[in-house]
Write a protein that binds this ligand. Sequence first.
Ligand SMILES: Cc1cc2nc3c(=O)[nH]c(=O)nc-3n(C[C@H](O)[C@H](O)[C@H](O)COP(=O)(O)OP(=O)(O)OC[C@H]3O[C@@H](n4cnc5c(N)ncnc54)[C@H](O)[C@@H]3O)c2cc1C
Length: 385
Amino acid sequence: MRNQPFDAIIIGAGSVGTPLAWQLAEAGMDILVVDQYASVGQGSNKNAIGGIRATHSDPAKIRICLKSIEIFSEWHSRYGDDIGWLQGGYAFMAYRDREEKTLKDLLSVQKPYGLDIDWYDRDDLLEIIPALNPDGLLGGTFSPGDGSASPLLSALAFERRAREFGAVFKYDEPVLEILVEGSRVRGVRTPKDTYFGGMVINAAGGWAREISALAGVDVPVTPDCHEAGITEPVAPFLKPMVVDIRPVEGSANYYFYQHHTGQIIFCITPNPPIVGTDTRETSVFLPQVTRRMLEIMPCLKNIKVRRTWRGQYPNTPDGAPIVGEVEGLQGYLLAVGMCGQGYMLGPGLAVYLRQLITSQMDNDTRMIMEQLKLDRDFGKKEALK
Ligand SMILES: Cc1cc2nc3c(=O)[nH]c(=O)nc-3n(C[C@H](O)[C@H](O)[C@H](O)COP(=O)(O)OP(=O)(O)OC[C@H]3O[C@@H](n4cnc5c(N)ncnc54)[C@H](O)[C@@H]3O)c2cc1C
């Protein structure tokens, strides 16, 4: 057992905990990261398909993801690791008046935040995505600054950077207990050891609620199951992430893009949601999603699917993360409830949490922490989740 306490202990080496370890270690803090799995990013992180966008409708998410895009896009030139960053943009399709109106209404929220996004009429959109089915296409929004990267390559890169600044990663160690003395957290216990820290940060993704219960704090994070798939690689023909938000029987939106190595990666949102932590693939997913993809991109007809998988979205009642300090329990911090966007939120959130933790908050950080605090009204829902 190490007698000297860490400055902070992060529970979870996932999309959020790993970049946070890098940011805090870079700020000079003595950091321990504990994860139940054998290596970095093995929870939801590795299930993400890698989409990264700042074009949300919630101000906190917009700010955080703009910061994330800065980090993802500059990573290779700054630190040398290729994390598969591809700035292909995001395109939201409208094949019906209803989606055209929703997307155009959203622009009036998004543009004042300085987001680079616009409405493109049918022919202009077809120039950007020639493979789209033109029949019935009305147009769509396109945001060229958004993109994608590899969740596993980036988790490894963040971990490497964090280690360079002295962060310690302990794997195969599930946290069994959060040590609390009076109104202060003191550390965590795993089957192998007890670790003390001035701060314990819950970044446990889909497990956040049960981890938080160890500290006596209820956080409304409920995991639900989402499937994704990947095809064989083909020659480059599709740049943006294509998103179709039309709900149909059994599913809400679905989205896909061409990976920087040529494969098409795709994902769908089941409706109603499938609550739980079951990660077994289903026989429903492929016929459901491919039928919809072929409708808007018929040229995918002969492409071979190589693999499917299933993971979790750590959801909150209003679709926004829960972040920050918890009243009444000193030294306990939340970085949880990332829903379907934890990969894109992770690095930006780490920068803002660093500012909070090192007492260097600016106005953006204050706004973000206020919006994402645990003690908020969860009744409001974001327009574009
Ligand atoms: C199919 C699919 C596609 C997705 N696509 C995207 C996408 O394109 N873009 C995007 O931004 N997001 C996407 N997501 C969502 C994204 O994967 C999650 O929001 C994100 O990974 C959550 O990050 P996290 O750090 O909160 O959780 P995780 O990455 O799961 O990290 C939490 C960590 O906590 C650890 N942990 C839990 N309990 C304990 C314990 N008791 N002791 C120690 N460690 C513990 C876990 O092992 C895990 O490593 C997708 C998700 C799925 C399922």
